[in-house]
Design a protein around this ligand. Structure first.
Ligand code: ADP
Ligand code: ASP
Ligand code: MG
Length: 459
């Protein structure tokens, strides 16, 4: 059971978490994110330290300290509350020391930054463990750094599944067997040598999925602040509906192309063992949510959902040799590999390739290497809009209808992935909201064209 930042943002939210965990009767591991906005605040602490502004960094730590202290009000037992407050004090005093030291040297390495942001999950998980215990649920706090083993890519560490499974066997299974509820922070891990790492933003979902898979769980529950996977990002579309069921493939593509409710790698650990993933609303625990399984009935209707990823750069690469000789694509993608820059959408014609990237940090280097054998140009301010669903594979008319709904909007790229389960367009970022609205109206709102797989969201 994974609870996101908004699910633990204040005492009231925390009470709901305690209820939800209490109501579940099966053995369960609880994974928690940092309190809402805390990871951003910790990154700000790191930024201030890097600028050498020790005073501001310490003030920011103090504010975080106070916010976490206030959460201790959920614990009624005097002794237990004192114990929790002592743990919180110790954590934030340590953080203050780290921030002060880094501000003196005015340097924050990726390794130090991970050490700083890890305090969010370390603190929130302590609070949740104490709250559960106080409500009469025998629980046990676990240090995520002892459980999740990763490589040393700070800020975007890759999990070591085997080593993590081993830790789950020795540290978690015995607690579950004894009827205890272990509580651990998400997002945070450590290298085999014990250096603190993090999985990248939104990574608590991935922690939960890794733990769920390692424990061979019945299901992985992602508790958040919306009723499930919605037909579109609620910040872009006025009345999205809940999608009751999705396949692993559909959910992965939606997450990858911008549905923030799931970290893009979340589904992966569940796939091998076929463990169902459920997205549920901690504010409305009675809502059925979204169930994600290996296969779903494609059924009638249109796409399952639409998604949008904004602020991208398109790179056009034209072979200077006139002919798209074999080997050209390899050379192109080797450049992206060397710069460790993932490519999202790719389209090709006879003599040119277009790709989109999210991570612009190595753009200059990439362009200069590509220039050795191609004409290269790029355009910032692009967005991906995509429609995803098993139906796209079986109903050839759907792709036409998707493009039809976008008529008049200039499309820079159009692609249908190898799975044929999505149709993806790249357009100007400024046109993305209109594209999302039009697609949503066409497939989820228009009279006579409701997707049979979605129900109106009520939250
Ligand atoms: P948590 O803190 O629980 O991990 P997140 O903020 O990471 O929550 O993810 C939930 C948010 O994802 C929702 O509040 C919503 O604004 C956003 N979101 C974007 N696209 C979708 C979608 N297709 N379905 C549901 N939520 C979405
Ligand atoms: N707290 C981390 C973040 O805000 C991880 C997570 O919430 O999933 O990105
Ligand atoms: Mg999240």
């Amino acid at each position: 059971m994974k609870f996101g930042g908004t699910s633990v943002k204040d005492v009231e939210a925390l009470r709901r978490v305690v209820q939800v965990v209490g109501r579940e009767r099966r053995p369960r591991l609880v994974v928690v994110s940092a309190l809402s906005k805390v990871t951003d605040a910790l990154l700000e602490v790191a930024r201030l330290a890097e600028q050498g502004d020790g005073t501001a960094a310490r003030q920011a730590v103090k504010a975080l300290h106070r916010r976490h202290e206030e959460m201790a009000a959920i614990v009624r037992g005097t002794e237990r509350r004192a114990g929790l407050l002592a743990a919180i004090d110790a954590l934030f005093e340590e953080l203050e020391g780290v921030a002060r030291a880094l501000a003196v040297v005015e340097e924050v390495s990726p390794r130090s930054k991970d050490a700083i942001v890890s305090f969010g999950e370390l603190a929130s998980s302590r609070i949740v463990a104490a709250a559960l215990e106080d409500a009469g649920l025998a629980s046990r706090w676990l240090d995520a750094r002892a459980l999740l083993v990763t490589d040393a890519q700070h800020g975007a560490a890759l999990p070591d599944r085997e080593a993590t499974d081993e830790r789950l066997r020795s540290l978690v299974r015995p607690l579950l067997a004894d009827g205890l509820v272990p509580v651990v922070g998400g997002f945070v891990g450590a290298t085999a040598a014990g250096l603190t790492t993090t999985l990248g933003r939104g990574g608590s979902d991935l922690s939960a999925a890794l733990f769920g898979a390692g424990l061979e769980a019945d299901e992985i529950q992602i508790w958040t602040d919306v009723d499930g996977m919605l037909t579109a990002d609620p910040r872009m579309v006025a009345a999205p509906r809940v999608v009751p069921q999705l396949s692993f493939d559909e959910a992965s593509e939606l997450a990858y192309f911008g549905a923030k409710v799931l970290h893009p790698a979340t589904i992966l650990p569940a796939v091998g063992l076929g463990i169902p993933v459920r997205i549920l609303n901690s504010h409305r625990p009675e809502a059925p949510g979204t169930l994600i399984t290996r296969t779903v009935e494609a059924g009638e209707g249109g796409p399952a959902a639409i998604a949008c990823k904004r602020g991208l750069t398109r790179i056009d690469i034209a072979s200077t040799r006139m002919l798209m000789a074999y080997g050209f694509l390899r050379r192109v993608f080797e450049v992206f590999e060397r710069f460790r820059t993932p490519v999202d959408v790719v389209t090709t014609s006879e003599v040119s390739v277009s790709v989109t990237i999210d991570d612009r940090r190595s753009l200059e280097g990439i362009e200069s290497e590509l220039s050795a054998f191609a004409d290269v140009s790029h355009e910032d301010g692009m967005a991906i809009v995509c429609a995803v669903g098993e139906r796209l594979r079986t109903d050839a008319r759907l792709a036409t209808r998707v493009l039809g709904a976008l008529e008049g909007l200039p499309l820079a790229m159009v692609s249908q992935g190898g799975s044929r389960k999505n149709i993806t367009v790249v357009l100007r970022d400024a046109d993305a909201p209109a594209a999302m609205e039009r697609l949503h109206r066409r497939f989820f709102e228009d009279e006579g064209a409701p997707s049979e797989r979605s129900a109106l969201a009520t939250a």
